[in-house]
Design a protein around this ligand. Sequence first.
Ligand code: ADP
Ligand code: ASP
Ligand code: MG
Length: 411
Amino acid sequence: MALIVQKFGGTSVGTVERIEQVAEKVKKFREAGDDIVVVVSAMSGETNRLIGLAKQIMDQPIPRELDVMVSTGEQVTIALLSMALLKRGVPAVSYTGNQVRILTDSSHTKARILSIDDANIRADLKAGRVVVVAGFQGVDEHGNITTLGRGGSDTTGVALAAALKADECQIYTDVDGVYTTDPRVVPQARRLDKITFEEMLEMASLGSKVLQIRSVEFAGKYNVPLRVLHSFQEGPGTLITLDEEESMEQPIISGIAFNRDEAKLTIRGVPDTPGVAFKILGPISAANVEVDMIVQNVAHDNTTDFTFTVHRNDYQAALEILKQTAIAIGAREATGDTNIAKVSIVGVGMRSHAGVASRMFEALAKETINIQMISTSEIKVSVVIEEKYLELAVRALHTAFELDAPARQGE
Ligand code: ADP
Ligand code: ASP
Ligand code: MG
């Protein structure tokens, strides 16, 4: 008998009918003899609706109160799913994060899980019940409700699987696995049978929102067998695994990630003296703004240009700070650009292949797409380009790296 944690995302519990379908599915697993813990998200659109309500009261909702409110979305679905199970004669019980005691730190809207008390859940499982837990939420040491950041139900699922030493954590969603890139953008994208934790972590960090980054971190750290599957279609899904098989078949890159979440800032004509990077980025980090990519041009005339990217939400604040810095250090000007996108190729196969970056640049050049910034690590290459070329770039790279699915008969 196995212990399985099954997480169902927003679209999978988006209507009462779908919740009934999920209950049927869970019932089948239960009847096969496995112990089941289910984690659910809010019904699709609900979290956005709640945030919208808060924003009608204030532009920047007070984080503690926002958490009190958005956590209600998941509270509704745990109750509905438990009712749907009970109606079918399946013993079930719902738990909020607080009732489990998913203890987090106090960083409202982006809390981190510190510990999970598994005593109640274990007792229920022993008594033959299916346990239905609200995703995305926890409680801090003072009893305040916290949430784990958008997409955080994935992390609840994986963290519970780790705490319970489950045999597998299954993430059920509206696609049948992890694809080479977002299948909604590139129809030729292919489902991957397997992807390593390391690659999945890069994909998630670089914009593939199929799994929340922290859930992948957790799964890697605690070695939780993790699988992404379609909620209502049969299939093997994608296994996120530790092993990096060395085979001739191994592709150079496994996937392409992209995001439109960043903005670019440039300060020009900076007197080039030691410590200049610190003078520019010090005030930015003091304002709690995270910097992603950085480029400093070679100095000429004893001045240099310096460009970096930040999250779009931080753009205005960062630009104001940079303008102040420009005045303070005697730079010529500070400017910004939000019409950018970041495209990244990811794959452990890069370690053993030379020329991957240039192949990427060649594919973009063929489409006359200008590269504004570049950053690389051992298993990824990212470029910043003009936002309007994003889809073209992703498709071109998908083809250039031979990731396209073979055309089906008759196509
Ligand atoms: P859920 O509500 O179940 O948590 P999400 O919307 O968070 O679902 O994640 C699933 C979505 O992730 C898919 O509908 C798909 O558009 C998107 N996605 C982005 N990149 C990928 C990828 N590489 N593989 C599969 N899906 C991806
Ligand atoms: N309901 C939350 C969100 O929309 C958490 C989740 O779905 O994972 O972000
Ligand atoms: Mg999600």
